[in-house]
Design a protein around this ligand. Sequence first.
Ligand code: SAH
Length: 566
Amino acid sequence: MTQSTPAIVILGQGALATARRIQQLYPTAQIHGLAGRVEGADCSYQEFGATLRELYQQDTPIIALCAAGIVIRTLAPLLLEKGAEPAVLAVAEDGSAVVPLLGGLGGVNVMAREIAAALQVAAAITTSGELRFGTCLLNPPSGYALADLELGKRFVSDLLAGHSVRIEGAAPWLDQAQLPQDPQAQRSIHVGSAERVASANELLIYPRSVAVAVSAQLDDQPHAVRAALQQAGVAQQSLACLLAADTEMASARLREAALELGVPLRFVAAQKDLGELARQALPQAAISNTNGLAIARAEQPLDVAQIGRQRGRLAVIGLGPGAAELMVPAVKAELARATDVLGYETYVRMAGPFRDDQVQHCTDNREEMQRARHAFRLAAEGRSVIVVSSGDPGVFAMAAAVLEALHESTDPKWHSVELEILPGVSASLATAAQAGAPLGHDFCVMSLSDNLKPWSIIEKRLDLAAEADLALAFYNPISRARPWQLGRALEIVAQHRSAATPVVLGRDIGRPGQTLRVTTLGQLTPDQVDMRTMVLVGSSTTCTFPKAEGGEWVYTPRWYGEKPQS
Ligand code: SAH
């Protein structure tokens, strides 16, 4: 099983030293410290329970430096829902105890042993098979797949009951295990890619040593692949990846087929036929052609990352206004998988921290098109690239620039990149939510920057939107280079709105030192606003009333004209 990077979670300053020792074992792991209690952690969290549950749900292995009971109670509500689970360990703050709690099949005992060895204590291993044999037979290393977990459990209890075992095929990872081996044993561990029905006395393990080359033209690829494997006598679990010509990289069919078969898709330069393509990708393998597919069988598990290349990916993401809780989970997952991160330095820093293997490309805020093209060049090499925006990437941000760069390009490699735009909470919505619901009815979103459009069009739109009695949300309201524009904009709005119209000013919303201010159009002056401010101007129906805890609620009712009977 491939182990993803664990998270080290600590509750108090006293645990930091132990956490750092554990981090030396997993250099890409981050130490998450409770905000206000821990100083010097890699990142901080507000709420222990929510943080732990989120990590668990994202399949992140968890090393929690606290009482086992706290971890158990925190994760308990999630336990029944889950089949496979990440490794979860509790480690004593002072490093004196290492307790594997969950994720036996996720390699928790392996981690417990590693950590215990580093801390020079004994791991609290409680799994009988593991204690006796020094390895979990049901959790073969990456590159191998267990045929059947239930049969496997019975097999292990047979061995625990005293039966001996012989090994058929190559199982190098068992060389160190203390198995009761006997060449005459009835029970066997069988390692091989041939399809077979496991007998009751057999633990079947398949090496992922087979690749199948397919064409995007082929109908019902998953079925065709399964049928071809069956015909060739190869077990499906031995399938390590699909291969295809790089000219077919953008095929949705191929992508879906790989997804359905649960294997990666790797691309190789197109050849005269699929057999030749498979040979190019895997020169050492035995190639056979079946039903319009080519099957490549190797002796050893395949190192898929070394075969051909993967389809590059480019995600344009929105971080939301700043606070981690306001970032959508899809964006968090994307940040974790990225190899390269591009964006304006402030936003890249906001999106971090990143692992050492993730490359950060920080650029100036104004070089949008250059950044978009740079992103495509990287993604076309097969990398997993992120372009970062604050708020939503489609709102006065990078998504449109990235699409424009693609639209202008005739490079098929750029068009083959898997492009996805992941939304975020835009500043107007984050600000509106804090104030109440000032955008509760029809509203108009505008950038007051005349960097990329003539000022005359801004005046025209302002005039018409104000006349149409839309609530208004102003992005980029003012800057040092544009000092007078906001004042002029407010004059235009004031021609259509009363001085009592509510105005919301949100500054650095969702970031440290955020401020929210409710005022009126009559009282608003440009010096109250800077480039980190969101300006929301109400419509004729927008109203305010006092909040019990001080300040005011602002909202625009859903209705317009006659108030409906309720
Ligand atoms: N894509 C971003 C907007 C980029 S334009 C989004 O969807 O939010 C930049 C402008 O957005 C700033 O000048 C400011 O007006 C506003 N803005 C961005 N983040 C903000 C925040 N956290 N608080 C208040 N305004 C913000």
